[in-house]
Design a protein around this ligand. Structure first.
Ligand code: PFF
Length: 466
């Protein structure tokens, strides 16, 4: 078997891991959840959770990866005999996610092309998004192009592919997002009724906690939303950080790296809100912010049109940025599947990547058809109406991830005990600063909260509470 390769050093690892973490979750999901869940209230809850839950899960995954030097299927078996099932279960999450991530990447790419060839007015049409995703061929072609680029990066390997691309993309992404968010704050607009709204008022809507009419149950929902977002955003409990951790050299201080990944991911999410919420507020008022999942594909293009000639360029830069973010995330999903398969089948990177890419090209095609020939409407246990893509998303994010996090915390907290992870964190002789916090979280807090999250997101909790 050829060697797996690895990151050249800490920076390469941190940027690649941040590349995985920063994705459509930060730019698309975080702002609409913040808009829906009381602005600053959601932000405060989220920040506390990142520093406790996010930290614990990220530390656990990365330490398991580096200590065992293996990807999830083998890694859990190495942590403890008999726990290989958890590794397999974890492996299935990227297997599901990969079926639709390329499709979303394709949607984003379509917007880039639209802004290149037109003024962007077309993209702001009410039915543009739906017309596109339900079309017969176009979404398939865009998805295949996106999967092709993802595969190309994975094919080139860890250092020459993933690390190199992340070192190039992540700093550019950060600069672009800072630039657009500052611009967003300077916006102002007078609507038909003569009301003037400014970017700074939008900033207040975003940052000031809105607790009006908040009930205990409402707060619980905010908490659970923030927790679900955290999993998705940090790419934890899906084996990705285990695989990336397995590529880190033994002389890298993991505690610092975990801290940097947390900060990078959270700063990008906060900036994404800063960029989107004031802009949407200025041009569409409070009602515009109720756009939910359609926020970036439907509401934002309207905002760009209202900006006049500059809108085309902002639209273009914005969607290039989202595409970059999605690409490095998609790479991490495919890499995790490739790495697991290479270990199990003892096959080469090239061959494994090619075979898996063909399989995923076919899977993406099926998912695209889910909006067309294979269209159906299914009501999920949590009450949402779903198409094929949402079903995949639901199984991986709502059902499997909390269950995996729960089992991983039981394994580390109670079976091998937290010392197993703490030793790896202190391998370089550095102090693991949040050691006590880690111990309490992994042993006591996480299992209870993960069980609650699992029951809530599968709809079981709702049934119990009537
Ligand atoms: N963490 C990425 C985001 O916030 O968009 C999303 C993601 C990447 C989810 C990789 C799942 C995944 F396997």
């Amino acid at each position: 078997m050829e060697s797996k390769g690895g990151f050249s050093g800490r920076l390469g690892f941190v940027l690649a891991a941040a590349g995985s973490a920063v994705g459509v979750g930060n730019i698309w999901r975080f702002p609409y959840l913040a808009a829906r869940d009381g602005g600053g209230l959601f932000i405060i809850v989220y920040l506390i959770l990142v520093l406790t839950f996010g930290f614990t899960l990220l530390t656990t995954d990365i330490a398991i990866g580096r200590k065992t030097q293996q990807s999830s299927i083998r890694a859990y078996q190495t942590v403890r005999k008999g726990w290989g099932f958890l590794g397999f279960f974890t492996f299935l999450v990227p297997v599901f996610i990969m079926t639709y991530y390329g499709v979303i990447g394709g949607w984003i790419s379509k917007y880039i092309v639209t802004y290149v060839v037109s003024s962007g007015e077309q993209a702001a049409g009410d039915t543009f998004f739906t017309d596109f995703i339900t079309a017969q061929y176009a979404p398939i072609i865009f998805a295949l192009i996106f999967v092709f680029f993802t595969a190309l990066i994975v094919f080139r390997g860890v250092e020459k592919g993933i690390e190199k691309v992340s070192k190039f993309i992540m700093p550019i992404l950060l600069v672009m997002i800072v630039f657009i968010s500052i611009f967003s704050l300077t916006l102002h607009h007078e609507d038909a009724s003569g009301t003037v709204r400014t970017g700074l008022q939008g900033l207040a809507v975003y940052l000031i906690p809105n607790v009006k009419g908040m009930t205990a149950q409402g707060f619980m929902q905010v908490l659970l939303d923030a927790m679900g977002q955290l999993f998705f955003s940090l790419s934890v409990s899906m084996g990705i950080m285990i695989t990336y951790g397995s590529y880190v050299k033994k002389d890298v201080n993991l505690g610092h790296s975990v801290g940097m990944i947390e900060v990078f991911d959270t700063v990008v999410a906060l900036l994404a809100g800063l960029m989107i919420i004031p802009a949407v507020y200025v041009f569409s008022g409070l009602e515009g912010m109720a756009g939910g999942p359609g926020l970036i594909f439907i509401s934002l293009p309207k905002v760009f049109v209202s900006m006049g000639a500059a809108g085309k360029w902002f639209g273009l830069i914005f969607f290039i940025m989202v595409a970059f973010a999605a690409l490095t995330s998609c790479v991490s999903v495919l890499e995790t599947i490739v790495a697991n398969c290479m270990e199990i089948f003892k096959s080469s990177r090239g061959k494994t990547t090619v075979i898996l890419s063909v399989i995923y090209a076919a899977a993406s095609l099926l998912i695209c058809l889910g909006y067309n020939k294979l269209y159906f409407e299914l009501t999920l246990p949590n009450g949402a109406t779903a198409q094929l893509l949402d079903v995949m998303d639901y199984i991986s994010n709502n059902v499997m991830m909390p269950a995996i996090a729960f089992l991983a915390c039981i394994l580390i907290g109670w079976i091998v005990t937290p010392k197993w992870v703490i030793d790896e964190m202190e391998l370089t002789g550095d102090v693991f600063r949040r050691k006590k916090l880690y111990y309490i979280m992994v042993r006591f807090v996480m299992p209870v909260m993960m069980a609650a999250l699992f029951l809530q997101s599968t709809g079981i909790l709702g049934k119990i509470m009537g």
